[in-house]
Design a protein. Sequence first.
Length: 447
Amino acid sequence: MNLQNLRHPALAQEFRRWRVVAPSLCGAILVSHLSVASLSAQELPGLPALPGMPIAAPPAGDAAPDEDAAVLPGFLDVPITNEAIETMLVDSEIDLNDRAMKANRIYALAEMYRSSRSWHGDFTGFRVRNSIATEMELNVWKQAVDDYFNRRIINLKGIMREKDAYQEKADQMIRIRRNNQRRVLSQIYSNPRYAGKPESVMNELLVGFSNTPIGYGVGLEEYFASNPSHSRWDLSPEMFESLRVKSPKSKGGQLVFSLSDPVPLKLDWWPPVFREKTFQAAIRNVQAARDQLLSLSEQNPQLPIEAINAFDDAMRQLGVEFYSVFPPPWQNMPTERVLELIGAERHLVQLSEEVEAIRDRGTLNAMTRGQYFDPLRDGENAATLIAWMTRNGMEFAPPRPGHEDAYQALMGQMKEMFVIFGEPLPDPEAPLPKTNPRRATDIPRPQ
């Protein structure tokens, strides 16, 4: 279009000046577009289509675009020329004859491009700061995870130290137990204190059996399911008449009775001193008081306190006569006579304890319903007898003269069973385990 042919020389001159200035303005706009296009398409939001700007055609073919290549906005895919700007001005529905309007339009477009570039720069900075904040959050989370597992490691180390300390204390308990077992065996086989006292040895063995399967009532059949060799530990009915046991201690005393007849106050035997003529009248009074107790017990298991006091008075009278005939001390008497007097005194003490136990119980029954001794069940062999005595807290009483054979036979059986089924005893020459050298009282007891 030639404006001079339209006879507008002033407008043609102004248009020529505008065409000289337009390339520099278009260059500035192009630089701003290129700075904005340096961002990836994934970081830039879609730009609005400007009125009058040409729209780029889609790429030919089905080839996928390069992921690393910068994606430019659609209106930058075509060259920006003066004709394009003129077309933009014409399409924007402005008056081309108004020069000020056209200039303002161009300045507005340039300002819009500068604002868009500034916005994209701010958006890029925001993305960078967001990435830094995300990285810091990840570092904080990683540190929290590290702290969690470090605490777990510290806790596990503390638990292991506690287990090590417990193991040391357990080893110390084993050491103490082994020493006790060695002491018991030494007393059983070589200590003269137990010479002639089979009941003391058997009571020590009962303590040793208390923490073993035998003490808990596990029968020998569990050990010898296919081997009947345990028959050598069977008990005979004659042994039950000779074996005497003590009931658990009560506030008053202990009852002593035989396994075959669990009735206290057995007066069928007296020490040699009380068999002398001097004490026959007092002994007859004691036996009469006992017969009265037995007759009353058959009528009513709960004995009247008057009958018990009568028997106690008869026993007290016997004691008064004994000490009046043989007043202590007995230093000037022969040794054999002193031993007889000591035995008689012990017999009086035993009967006095039985009287106090009967006074406390109110009955002559030496055992409660759950403590009854069944020869077929509890006296089948030495193992069942040990289980019954351990379960009921019984102890062996000294044997009566002439019944020591039953004690010796049972003691031999218990020794043999203790070696086989008792706590495992170490070799006396074997070194003991190294343990914490603290006192035995520092070992915590189970709650």
